[in-house]
Design a protein around this ligand. Structure first.
Ligand code: 5AD
Ligand code: SF4
Length: 443
């Protein structure tokens, strides 16, 4: 069977698609690049906001079309939306043959075979499934996504994830070390540890600080990142591990969501604004120059103008390096879904636009501070816009582009910053062509 996988949503889904690809390949199935060449297409979907689901429903229309030309084509929906809509999706029998939730991937080959005969649903959540023993088929590159935890127990009142991905589970430490070692052996130079609340990872006596140290010690891995930590689990032990592990990068994506204590309580975020600021202060004291990015939701039910102003003020106070900014989207199953929406779509739009303006101004200021300084860039490859440019990330996770100096992907280059926008740093390589790389990378 030839399978085409299409991925929507967060990094966790990208990692899950690599997991599915590994499962399929081991079962002798072939992965193809185009839906036209496939016997089965699987959409790995997201349910976090309504527009994510709308996009996928639209895409199913395209596949209905393809199915007219090829009636044997199996169309499957996997991931959060599959779990979220379950039966409702199967009602679209005309198009859909398979609905599989995030805990059903181990049996994917078998499910696909069955789906060739009759519509199949596998949407039982499983408290114990971690897929820790299954090797993903990683997309080539310098960065390996390593899922270290699945599910979420926080139950923020706006969020559908605890319902779509189920209870929090951590992958065992030995499985993770094995995965990272194999990634390094295959040429990956950076690992990104993934979990919905990644810093609440635990296995036996080990906590997330121990996991960071273990990742830091994997031979061949030059950089370690993680996303997304929950502010309430940002313990001094974790901060200490970040500060002392040379390969753990000085960047934290720390979702604030709102700067108003009233709204934070309504969201059940379990921290106050002051507690968040305290974590930021600890990070900055322990890790000089640490970059901090965030997530913000505007227009949560009951958010007043004063609450919103508190968010702007908090955003300024932290002076975030960057942020993902969202309009609140009511999700069925969540507690907030039952709350009356008090902020109109138009007003949400105004709040979002204003916040984006603030973010762009602050990001431009932060990036201007890099002018004239030298950054270490892990080269990822040619710049998409301009073939003569290379691009990569600085230690702080800023995108840096610079003229091609012949550095291969995977090399750490020294680059002087000569220009900056809110989004990108523009640099000049300090490594003469053919110069000794900062680190030597075999193969
Ligand atoms: N509406 C808008 N944004 C949401 N997020 C999660 N749920 C919702 C929702 N219902 C945002 C949060 C989270 C990010 C991944 O998505 O900011 O941190
Ligand atoms: Fe959703 Fe909150 Fe869990 Fe993040 S911590 S996945 S926002 S419930």
């Amino acid at each position: 069977m030839r399978v085409f996988l299409e991925t929507y949503g967060c990094q966790m889904n990208v990692a899950d698609s690599e997991l599915m690809a590994g499962v399929l390949q081991r079962a002798g199935m072939e992965l193809v690049e185009r839906p036209e060449d496939a016997d089965a297409v699987i959409l790995n979907t997201c349910a976090i906001r309504e527009n994510a689901e709308r996009r996928v429903l639209g895409r199913l229309g395209d596949y209905a079309h393809l199915k007219l030309a090829n009636p044997a084509l199996i169309v499957g929906v996997a991931g959060c939306m599959a779990q979220h809509l379950r039966g409702k999706l199967l009602e679209r029998k005309r198009v859909l043959d398979l609905v599989v939730g995030p805990d059903g991937y181990r049996a994917l080959p078998e499910l696909l075979r069955r789906a060739a005969g009759e519509p199949v649903a596998a949407v039982r959540l499983d408290r114990d499934e971690t897929y820790g023993d299954l090797e993903p088929r990683r997309e080539p590159g310098v960065r390996a996504w390593v899922t270290v935890q699945r599910g979420c127990d926080k139950f923020c009142t706006y969020c559908v994830v605890p319902f779509t991905r189920g209870r929090e589970r951590s992958l065992p430490l030995p499985d993770l070390v094995g995965q990272m070692e194999r990634a390094a052996a295959r040429g990956f130079r950076e690992v990104v540890l993934l979990g919905q609340t990644v810093n609440s990872w635990r296995h036996g006596e080990s906590d997330f600080a121990d996991l960071l140290r273990a990742a830091n010690d994997v031979d061949g891995i030059l950089r370690v990142r993680f996303t997304s930590p929950h502010p309430a689990d940002m313990t001094p032990r974790v901060i200490e591990a970040m500060a002392t592990c040379e390969r753990v990068m000085p960047h934290v994506h720390l979702p604030l969501q709102s700067g108003s204590d009233r709204v934070l309580e309504g969201m059940h975020r379990t921290y106050t604004r002051a507690q968040f600021m305290d974590v930021v202060a600890q990070l900055r004291a322990a890790i000089p120059g640490v970059a901090i990015s965030t997530d913000i939701i505007v227009g949560f039910p009951g958010e007043t103008e004063a609450d919103y102003q508190a968010t702007l003020e908090a955003y300024r106070e932290v002076h975030f390096d960057s942020g993902f900014l969202f309009k609140y989207s009511a999700r069925p199953d969540t507690r907030a879904f039952r709350l009356p929406e008090t902020v109109s779509e138009e007003e949400k739009g105004r709040r979002l636009t204003e916040l984006i303006d603030l973010q762009m101004a602050l990001s431009a200021e932060v990036n201007d501070r890099w002018l004239g300084r030298t950054v270490e860039v892990l080269v990822e490859g040619g710049s998409r816009r301009d073939g003569a440019q290379l691009h990569g990330k600085s230690r702080e996770f800023k995108t840096v582009v610079f003229a091609d100096d012949g550095s291969p992907a995977g090399r750490l280059a020294r680059v002087r910053v000569v220009g900056a926008t809110a989004i990108t740093l523009i640099g000049e390589s300090l490594d003469a062509p053919g110069a000794q790389p900062l680190v030597s990378i075999g193969g």
